[in-house]
Write a new protein. Sequence first.
Length: 403
Amino acid sequence: MIAKLSWKNLWHKPWNTLLSVILLVSSIALMTVLVLVQHQFEDQFQKNVEDIDLVLGAPGSPLQLILSSVYQVDAPTGNILYADAKTYMKHPHVRQAIPLAFGDNYVGFKIVGTTWDYAKKYKANLQQGKAFAKDFEVVVGAQVAQKLSLKLGDTFYGTHGDAMEGEVHDNHAYEVVGILEESGQVIDHLILCTISSVWNIHAEHEHVEGMEHETMPITEEEQEITAVLLTMKNQIAKLTWPRIIPQSTKMQAASPAIEINRLFSLFGIGLEALTYLSYALLVLSGLSIFIALYSNLKERQYEFALMRISGARALQLFWSLLLESWFLTFIGILFGATLGRLALVLLSWSTEEQFKLVFDPSMILWQKEGMLWILTIFVGFLAACIPAIKAYQIQISKTLTHA
C-alpha cells in the first residue's frame, strides 16, 4: 500500500521527477563508462605487453616505438638493420627475441612479418588451418577474418604503407593458410607472415625502362626490420640497455613498463577530471531529489495529516518519503548502468579500428560498480532524510487548523 502510494506521489510532478532521474542517470552512466573503460583499458594494455621487457627499434620517441610495435596504434619510428639487431637478439642476456617487420596493410589491417613465436607469445591458437611456413603464406587474426570474410585458401594483394589507398603490390599475392582464435588482444587485428615475405614484396627493381619488373633478392646488408620484442634473463640488462644501446648503436631500447606507466598517468588525469564531474552530477541529483521531496511535502502536509487521522502511523509517512527517493535511485541505477554500456558500445566502435581496443559492455565489475550503486542509494537516503523526518513530525491539529 505504502509502496503504491509512494510511486503515485513520485509522479505527482512529473517534470521535477524527470529532472532528478536525468541527473541520476547521467552521473551513473558517466561513472559506469569510466569504471569499465579504465579497467578494460589497463587490462588490455597489460595483457599485450606481458613478458616484453624491452623493445629494440629505430631512434625517436620511446612511447611511439612501444605504441607502434606492441599495440600497433602509431607509425613506427623507422627501420633498423637486421644484422645490427641480431647482435642483441643473440645476446646471452636475452631469453627470447621476436623480430617484427612492417610496411604494408590489407584494407587497413597491418601485415606483420615475424616468427611464429609472436603468435605463441599471445597464446593465440589456430582456429583453422596451419602456421605460416613459406613466403606469402599468412595467418590472419580473428577480427580480420570476421570483418573481411576471409577463408582458408583466399588470396589478396597488400597495399604499401598504413593507408588503404596506397600503392598495391600486385607482383605477389598472399594466401590465407591459417585463422587464429579470438584472444581479445592486438593480434586479433593483424595479418602475420614470414619476415622474408615483407622483404621480397619490396625487392622489385626496374632494371631497364620499359621492361617487366624483376624481383631481385635482398642482400643481407639491405635487410631491415622495424623492431624486436625482447624478453630478458636478468634485471640488470633490462635497466641498463635503454641507456647503453643509444650510445653505441643507431638504435634505441625502450621499456614498455616505463612508457605505459607514463601513458597511464596522462590518461589518468582525464579520467580523474571526468570522475569529479560525475560526482558533481551525483550531488546535483541528490539536491534535486531533496528539493522535489521537500517542496512536495509542503504541498502535501494536509494530505499527510488526513492520512494520520485515517489511521496511518507517523513511521509509515517516514517510509513513504524514503521509498519515493529510493524509487528514483533504483530507476537511475537501472537506466544509468544500461546507458553507460550503450555508450561503451559506441566508444568501442570508434576505438577498435584506430586503437585496436575493444570494450566489453557485458562485463560487470561487482566491487567497483556495487560501490557506485551503494553510494547512489546512500545519496538518495540523505536527500530524503529531512523531508521524511518532517513528515514523521507533522502535528495533525496544527496542520489541519492552518489548512
